[in-house]
Design a protein around this ligand. Structure first.
Ligand code: SF4
Ligand code: SF4
Length: 374
């Protein structure tokens, strides 16, 4: 899309209500410097954001975090989203859900809940999140079911749990899930910090995919299984966020509006705050949202590539993290001059001694200690 063409509305509003979270996942997708952005939008601010984004045309609203249940105004926000006509989705670890809140959320008109698990076993679940939350999550699953929500589960897959893939699927069956997303870890934020320990080998990945396929056949229509392949084992990048400023509008806990939840790390780009600018101006006119919109800005080799409409040159954050140039071709692409970096990471995954360093767990103290924004 060139700048002369009309910009369509955002489809999704992703409201990251808070960075507070009782868990400490070693692969957390929140920015590593989250603790420096502690100030949260008020209920009034969020209500206004919901209205402005809906007026612009957004139809889906995802409430995430951190752990969105940490906000005690979640039910108020959900009710307003419902009144405005959004399809609303809660993305939660389940911690903080109880009988009273699930009823209130249902009454407020919440449409959909996605519950995350870290593993099929208490030991690994609790180790990876550095909490004792496995049993609480099972209770949350039962509460979600009790209100007749479809059971939508998500589990981030990586080297430390990929061998449990079968048991993870069995757990989902046991909890009567309708949908299970096996999302192989992508290397951003905390996961990037722990990349050597979290990256599976190609062999592990292939085995996990084959097991998933067997279960897919076995379960038929009873449960839908989605297996998301990690970028590092692809030769073409993803069309990140379905295109920059194309479908998704993320608002972070402190009100910064971003085309994706990690874009704040990109240097030299000003991202507006919903306290200072209305959502329409942010989406249509701000520099941050226009900088990488469409394909007109692409450098070579993307500019003359026949596949550019398919992937828009990949992910800006991944390009920046790996090449220090946010405008570069995503190194996942085998036409990138930096693709070697991806091959090196794959090679490293086969060398056990490099993969055994201790994990860095997400937490405020650790976040303040880290001096790089990614
Ligand atoms: S990934 Fe883990 S630590 Fe991060 S927000 Fe989600 S539940 Fe919390
Ligand atoms: S060169 Fe660019 S446009 Fe072509 S496939 Fe690779 S990332 Fe996509």
């Amino acid at each position: 899309m060139g700048m002369s063409e009309a910009i369509g509305p955002p489809f999704w509003l992703l409201a990251e209500l808070t960075y507070r979270c009782p868990l400490h996942c070693a692969f957390c997708y929140n920015p590593v410097d989250f603790a420096r952005h502690e100030e949260e939008l008020s209920t009034e601010d969020w209500l206004r954001v919901l209205r402005e984004a809906r007026a612009l045309g957004a139809v889906q609203c995802g409430f995430s975090g951190g752990e969105p249940l940490q906000r005690d105004d979640l039910e108020v926000l959900v009710a307003e989203a419902h009144r405005l006509g959004y399809y609303s989705n809660l993305i939660t670890s389940g911690i903080g859900l109880n009988e009273r809140r699930i009823r209130a959320l249902k009454d407020a008109g919440l449409d959909h809940i996605q519950l995350s698990f870290q593993d099929s076993t208490r030991e690994v679940n609790d180790f990876l999140s550095s909490t004792r939350t496995f049993d609480l999550k099972r209770k949350a699953a039962a509460l979600i079911k009790s209100q007749n929500y479809p059971m939508v589960m998500n589990c981030v897959i990586h080297r430390l749990n990929i061998e449990h893939i079968e048991r993870i699927i069995e757990l989902a069956v046991e909890l009567d899930a309708d949908y299970l997303e096996l999302a192989n870890v992508q290397f951003y934020a905390w996961a990037q910090r722990n990349r050597a320990q979290l990256m599976p080998t190609h062999e592990q990945l292939q085995r996990a995919e084959a097991i998933t396929q067997q279960w897919r056949e076995r379960l038929g229509t009873r449960m839908k299984l989605l297996f998301v392949v990690p970028d590092y084992y692809e030769s073409r990048p993803k069309k990140c966020m379905n295109g920059w400023g194309n479908v998704f509008l993320t608002v972070t806990p402190d009100g910064t509006a971003l085309p994706c939840h990690t874009a704040r790390m990109l240097p030299g780009l000003a991202f507006p705050n919903v306290r200072e600018m209305n959502v329409a101006d942010i989406w249509l006119r701000s520099e941050g949202f226009n900088r990488y919109r469409g394909t007109g800005w692409l450098p070579e080799p993307c500019r003359s590539c026949p596949e550019k409409e398919k992937d828009h040159g990949g992910c800006r954050c991944q390009a920046y993290m790996l090449t220090q140039d946010a405008g570069a071709t995503d190194p996942v692409c085998d036409k990138s001059a930096h693709h070697e970096l991806i091959l090196q990471a794959r090679e490293q995954a086969t060398q056990p001694k490099l993969t055994e360093q201790p994990l860095i767990f997400r937490g405020p103290a650790e976040s303040r200690r880290i001096d790089q924004p990614f």
